[in-house]
Design a protein around this ligand. Structure first.
Ligand code: GLN
Length: 194
Protein backbone atom coordinates (compact mmCIF):
# COMPACT_ATOMS: atom_id res chain seq x y z
CA UNK A 1 0.00 0.00 0.00
CA UNK A 2 1.17 3.53 -0.77
CA UNK A 3 0.53 5.91 2.12
CA UNK A 4 -0.64 9.25 0.77
CA UNK A 5 -1.13 12.15 3.17
CA UNK A 6 -3.69 14.94 3.02
CA UNK A 7 -2.80 18.08 4.97
CA UNK A 8 -5.74 18.12 7.36
CA UNK A 9 -6.11 21.53 8.99
CA UNK A 10 -8.90 23.05 6.92
CA UNK A 11 -10.60 22.79 3.53
CA UNK A 12 -11.44 19.87 1.26
CA UNK A 13 -9.72 17.20 3.36
CA UNK A 14 -12.46 14.55 3.52
CA UNK A 15 -13.09 14.93 -0.21
CA UNK A 16 -9.44 14.18 -1.05
CA UNK A 17 -9.42 11.24 1.37
CA UNK A 18 -12.60 9.90 -0.28
CA UNK A 19 -11.09 10.19 -3.79
CA UNK A 20 -7.84 8.51 -2.71
CA UNK A 21 -9.68 5.66 -1.01
CA UNK A 22 -11.29 4.73 -4.33
CA UNK A 23 -7.86 3.97 -5.83
CA UNK A 24 -6.59 0.46 -5.26
CA UNK A 25 -3.32 0.16 -3.35
CA UNK A 26 -3.60 3.61 -1.77
CA UNK A 27 -3.88 4.19 1.98
CA UNK A 28 -4.94 7.82 2.61
CA UNK A 29 -3.96 9.41 5.93
CA UNK A 30 -4.53 12.81 7.53
CA UNK A 31 -1.37 14.79 8.25
CA UNK A 32 -1.10 17.58 10.82
CA UNK A 33 2.29 17.11 12.47
CA UNK A 34 5.91 16.62 11.40
CA UNK A 35 5.75 13.10 12.83
CA UNK A 36 2.72 12.19 10.71
CA UNK A 37 4.49 13.65 7.68
CA UNK A 38 7.35 11.15 8.10
CA UNK A 39 5.09 8.19 7.29
CA UNK A 40 3.73 9.35 3.92
CA UNK A 41 5.13 8.89 0.41
CA UNK A 42 3.34 11.96 -0.96
CA UNK A 43 1.18 14.82 0.32
CA UNK A 44 -1.89 16.63 -0.98
CA UNK A 45 -2.47 20.21 0.17
CA UNK A 46 -6.23 20.75 -0.24
CA UNK A 47 -8.30 23.72 -1.26
CA UNK A 48 -9.62 25.95 1.47
CA UNK A 49 -8.27 29.28 2.62
CA UNK A 50 -4.55 29.68 2.03
CA UNK A 51 -4.13 32.31 4.77
CA UNK A 52 -5.70 30.00 7.36
CA UNK A 53 -3.82 26.87 6.25
CA UNK A 54 -0.57 28.89 6.14
CA UNK A 55 -1.12 30.11 9.70
CA UNK A 56 -1.85 26.59 10.94
CA UNK A 57 1.28 25.25 9.19
CA UNK A 58 3.24 27.68 11.36
CA UNK A 59 1.23 27.03 14.55
CA UNK A 60 1.77 23.26 14.19
CA UNK A 61 5.45 23.86 13.35
CA UNK A 62 5.03 21.94 10.11
CA UNK A 63 5.98 24.69 7.63
CA UNK A 64 9.76 24.19 8.04
CA UNK A 65 9.80 20.37 7.98
CA UNK A 66 7.36 20.27 5.05
CA UNK A 67 9.38 22.74 2.98
CA UNK A 68 12.53 20.67 3.62
CA UNK A 69 10.78 17.44 2.64
CA UNK A 70 9.44 18.94 -0.60
CA UNK A 71 12.86 20.33 -1.46
CA UNK A 72 14.28 16.86 -0.82
CA UNK A 73 11.82 15.39 -3.36
CA UNK A 74 8.59 14.51 -1.52
CA UNK A 75 5.82 14.44 -4.16
CA UNK A 76 3.27 17.13 -3.37
CA UNK A 77 0.06 18.30 -5.04
CA UNK A 78 -1.68 21.55 -4.16
CA UNK A 79 -5.29 22.15 -5.21
CA UNK A 80 -6.49 25.77 -5.27
CA UNK A 81 -5.41 27.16 -1.85
CA UNK A 82 -2.78 24.40 -1.93
CA UNK A 83 -1.39 25.88 -5.15
CA UNK A 84 -1.11 29.27 -3.41
CA UNK A 85 0.74 27.65 -0.49
CA UNK A 86 3.32 26.10 -2.84
CA UNK A 87 3.97 29.27 -4.88
CA UNK A 88 7.15 31.27 -4.55
CA UNK A 89 5.25 34.47 -5.32
CA UNK A 90 1.73 35.76 -4.71
CA UNK A 91 0.64 38.82 -6.72
CA UNK A 92 0.23 41.88 -4.49
CA UNK A 93 1.58 40.18 -1.36
CA UNK A 94 5.07 40.70 0.00
CA UNK A 95 5.37 37.24 1.55
CA UNK A 96 4.58 33.72 0.43
CA UNK A 97 4.07 30.45 2.33
CA UNK A 98 6.09 27.31 1.53
CA UNK A 99 7.75 29.08 -1.44
CA UNK A 100 8.86 25.91 -3.20
CA UNK A 101 7.30 26.07 -6.66
CA UNK A 102 8.56 28.47 -9.28
CA UNK A 103 5.18 30.04 -10.05
CA UNK A 104 3.61 33.43 -9.45
CA UNK A 105 -0.08 33.07 -8.53
CA UNK A 106 -2.93 35.52 -8.37
CA UNK A 107 -5.46 34.81 -5.61
CA UNK A 108 -9.21 35.05 -6.29
CA UNK A 109 -8.17 35.80 -9.85
CA UNK A 110 -11.57 35.22 -11.45
CA UNK A 111 -13.14 38.08 -9.49
CA UNK A 112 -16.52 38.21 -7.83
CA UNK A 113 -18.69 37.69 -10.92
CA UNK A 114 -17.08 34.44 -11.93
CA UNK A 115 -16.16 33.47 -8.39
CA UNK A 116 -17.01 29.85 -8.94
CA UNK A 117 -17.73 27.80 -12.04
CA UNK A 118 -17.55 24.36 -13.46
CA UNK A 119 -16.47 23.22 -16.91
CA UNK A 120 -14.86 20.35 -18.79
CA UNK A 121 -11.53 20.29 -20.56
CA UNK A 122 -8.99 17.96 -22.11
CA UNK A 123 -5.77 17.73 -20.16
CA UNK A 124 -3.72 15.56 -22.54
CA UNK A 125 -1.03 14.54 -20.06
CA UNK A 126 -3.62 13.47 -17.48
CA UNK A 127 -6.42 11.62 -19.28
CA UNK A 128 -7.67 10.78 -22.80
CA UNK A 129 -11.20 12.05 -22.05
CA UNK A 130 -12.50 15.41 -20.89
CA UNK A 131 -12.19 16.06 -17.16
CA UNK A 132 -14.63 18.12 -15.07
CA UNK A 133 -12.96 21.18 -13.56
CA UNK A 134 -14.42 22.87 -10.48
CA UNK A 135 -13.17 26.41 -9.79
CA UNK A 136 -14.05 28.01 -6.44
CA UNK A 137 -12.65 31.49 -5.80
CA UNK A 138 -9.72 30.10 -7.70
CA UNK A 139 -6.26 31.47 -8.30
CA UNK A 140 -4.57 31.35 -11.68
CA UNK A 141 -0.87 31.28 -12.47
CA UNK A 142 0.41 34.60 -13.79
CA UNK A 143 3.88 33.41 -14.74
CA UNK A 144 6.09 30.35 -14.45
CA UNK A 145 9.82 29.67 -14.23
CA UNK A 146 11.65 27.82 -17.00
CA UNK A 147 11.47 24.45 -15.20
CA UNK A 148 7.69 24.51 -14.87
CA UNK A 149 5.56 22.51 -17.29
CA UNK A 150 2.14 23.94 -18.11
CA UNK A 151 -0.49 21.17 -18.13
CA UNK A 152 -3.56 23.28 -18.86
CA UNK A 153 -4.56 26.79 -19.82
CA UNK A 154 -8.14 27.91 -19.49
CA UNK A 155 -9.13 30.99 -21.50
CA UNK A 156 -5.45 31.86 -21.83
CA UNK A 157 -4.78 31.55 -18.10
CA UNK A 158 -2.53 28.86 -16.65
CA UNK A 159 -4.47 26.62 -14.27
CA UNK A 160 -2.44 23.39 -13.96
CA UNK A 161 1.33 23.07 -13.64
CA UNK A 162 4.02 20.54 -12.80
CA UNK A 163 7.62 21.04 -11.69
CA UNK A 164 9.77 18.04 -10.74
CA UNK A 165 8.01 16.46 -7.71
CA UNK A 166 5.34 19.19 -7.51
CA UNK A 167 1.89 19.39 -9.06
CA UNK A 168 -0.55 22.30 -8.68
CA UNK A 169 -4.09 22.91 -9.95
CA UNK A 170 -6.31 26.01 -9.64
CA UNK A 171 -9.34 23.75 -9.58
CA UNK A 172 -10.59 20.95 -7.32
CA UNK A 173 -10.57 17.40 -8.80
CA UNK A 174 -11.58 16.17 -5.31
CA UNK A 175 -14.96 17.87 -5.74
CA UNK A 176 -15.82 15.86 -8.85
CA UNK A 177 -16.05 12.11 -9.19
CA UNK A 178 -13.25 12.00 -11.73
CA UNK A 179 -10.10 10.35 -10.36
CA UNK A 180 -7.71 11.18 -13.23
CA UNK A 181 -5.64 13.76 -11.35
CA UNK A 182 -5.50 11.62 -8.20
CA UNK A 183 -4.31 8.67 -10.31
CA UNK A 184 -1.72 10.88 -11.97
CA UNK A 185 -0.44 12.02 -8.56
CA UNK A 186 -0.09 8.37 -7.47
CA UNK A 187 1.88 7.78 -10.67
CA UNK A 188 4.23 10.67 -9.67
CA UNK A 189 4.71 9.06 -6.25
CA UNK A 190 5.47 5.66 -7.81
CA UNK A 191 7.95 7.28 -10.21
CA UNK A 192 9.62 8.97 -7.25
CA UNK A 193 10.06 5.65 -5.42
CA UNK A 194 12.02 4.06 -8.24
N1 GLN B 1 -9.51 31.93 -2.46
C1 GLN B 1 -8.85 30.97 -1.64
C2 GLN B 1 -7.48 31.49 -1.18
O1 GLN B 1 -7.06 32.50 -1.60
C3 GLN B 1 -8.68 29.66 -2.36
C4 GLN B 1 -10.03 29.06 -2.65
C5 GLN B 1 -10.05 27.57 -2.69
O2 GLN B 1 -9.14 26.87 -2.27
N2 GLN B 1 -11.17 27.06 -3.13
O3 GLN B 1 -6.85 30.84 -0.40
Amino acid sequence: MIKVGVLAYQGSVVEHIASLSKIEGVDPVEVRTAQELQSVSGLIIPGGESTTIGKLLNDFKLAGPLKEKIEAGLPVWGTCAGMILLAKEIVGESTSHLSVMDIQVKRNAYGSQLDSFCKKAYVPKIAPDEIPLVFIRAPWVESVGSDVEILLQEKGKIVAVEQANMLATSFHPELSDDLSFHRYFIHLIERNKK
